[in-house]
Design a protein around this ligand. Structure first.
Ligand SMILES: *Cc1c(COP(=O)(O)O)cnc(C)c1O
Length: 229
């Protein structure tokens, strides 16, 4: 059975998104049959925001898929992501950094991560505030099992002008860090833009867009469980 025209949605997105921009299919709350349709349409990168859901899906799906963790990561769940996750987008505190270092270290694995910046300074959102970034970088430099390859932001809800302002500021920070040389940090991935603002994000320099609704349709939280958005 086909769901909500997943294949058509992906084809349409691919026609709009430049080739150098990665399309991450945000599959949280969605069943594997729907992920399979996205897989058939060529998607190999899937994003989840619950550790248990990511682990379960990764164990029951194609081996060549890259699983991205995009949700709030609780320290006590980090250990389950070792060997399962391709990229953690939501590295947003020193305490989480230390947990990742500890549990990936125990397994002798390197954690691939993005620094989540709280660009809109929202109390409700996690992430590093701009003024705390350099202190955070100092902590990353001390790690042996953490590699940072870019930045992720979730911007405040707003109109296009407001969106563009936050994307621009994030790109400035990204470019600034790119010029510097810090141990364990290389600025390659700029993860910004979702279903309703991805074109603006790309115009402002995003090279990874995270799209859920625009591929799979609306999420049903009654079936999918509690959301932490
Ligand atoms: C759910 C989610 C998305 C996808 O949102 P859509 O509006 O459905 O595209 C992207 N990023 C994060 C961090 C999310 O939690």
């Amino acid at each position: 059975m086909l769901h909500y025209g997943i294949k058509q949605n992906i084809e349409e997105l691919k026609s709009k998104i430049p080739e150098e921009v990665k399309l991450l299919a945000v599959s949280k709350t969605k069943p594997l049959e729907e992920l399979e349709e996205a897989y058939i349409a060529g998607i190999r990168d899937f994003g989840e925001n619950k550790v248990q859901e990511l682990v379960k899906k990764s164990e029951n799906f194609h081996d060549d898929v890259k699983w991205h963790f995009i949700g709030q990561l609780q320290s006590n769940k980090v250990k389950y992501l070792v060997d399962k996750v391709y990229l953690i987008h939501s590295l947003g505190s020193i305490s989480l950094l230390n947990e990742i270092e500890k549990f990936f270290g125990k397994a002798n694995k390197i954690a691939n991560t993005l620094i989540q910046i709280n660009i809109g300074r929202e109390e409700s959102k996690s992430g590093i505030l701009e003024e705390d970034l350099y202190e955070f970088i100092e902590a990353v430099k001390k790690c042996n099992y953490v590699s940072v390859s870019g930045i992720m932001v979730i911007i405040p809800i707003g109109d296009e002008e407001s969106n563009r302002k936050y994307f621009k500021r994030t790109k400035e920070i990204f470019d600034d860090l790119k010029e510097k040389e810090y141990k364990n940090i290389t600025m390659k991935i700029l993860s910004m833009g979702m279903t309703h603002d991805f074109m603006t994000a790309i115009e402002e320099g995003s090279n990874l867009v995270r799209i859920g609704t625009g591929i799979f349709g609306e999420r049903n939280y009654i079936i999918g469980g509690a959301s932490n958005e």
